[in-house]
Ligand binder design. Structure first.
Ligand code: NI
Length: 185
């Protein structure tokens, strides 16, 4: 089922999400819906707060862009209760976008290497290192679990320049090909 994507301005996107337990009701259905919602919006990652749920669940599929970046082949994952343990490597700048911020693209500096602990959809614990673009997308999605968005990493000048676009998103004045939920409609 395709769910509406919560846009910038919805308070849920600014809350710290909580860990879930293995008995969370219909988790596999939720994960399936999150993937479907993400594919429909042509995104590569989606965090539960973006569909209005304050829980630590993230889905990412980079296989869909692996024609351009072969190292991403087969990377399709569900992260339950993820926590970043370590950030290392050099900081790299690259442009990002977000399904909750349609029409906005900004350069964001992030660590090129991260170590994290998470559970998969079967609640099996993993401790893994990710690098490069995988590390970038993971950090972007995990930010959502801590009530952060990628625009928080941009300079005050950039923030000023995108202010009117942000106001439009809050007012629901967006042109999206996917279902959305703005705070004022
Ligand atoms: Ni995002």
């Amino acid at each position: 089922m395709i769910l509406p994507v919560y846009l910038y301005g919805n308070p849920i996107l600014r809350k710290v999400a909580e860990d879930i337990t293995a008995d969370y009701l219909e988790l596999s259905k939720l994960v399936e819906n999150m993937f479907e919602t993400m594919y429909n919006a042509e995104g590569v990652g989606l965090a539960a707060p973006q569909i209005g749920l304050g829980i630590r669940v993230v889905v990412i599929d980079l296989d869909i862009i692996s024609d351009d970046i072969p190292e991403l082949k087969g990377f399709k994952k569900t992260f339950i209760n993820p926590h970043i343990l370590e950030k290392s490597g050099e900081e790299v700048s690259q442009e990002e976008g977000c399904l909750s911020l349609p029409g906005i693209h900004e350069s964001v500096k992030r660590s090129s290497r991260i170590r994290l602990q998470y559970m998969d959809e079967n609640f099996i614990l993993h401790d893994e290192v990710f690098e490069g673009y995988k590390a970038r997308v993971i950090q972007h999605e995990f930010d959502h679990l801590d009530g952060k968005m990628f625009i928080d990493h941009t300079s005050p000048i950039r923030k000023q320049l995108i202010k009117s676009k942000l106001n439009n998103i809050v007012s629901g004045k967006v042109n999206c090909s996917y279902r959305t939920k703005s705070v004022r409609k």
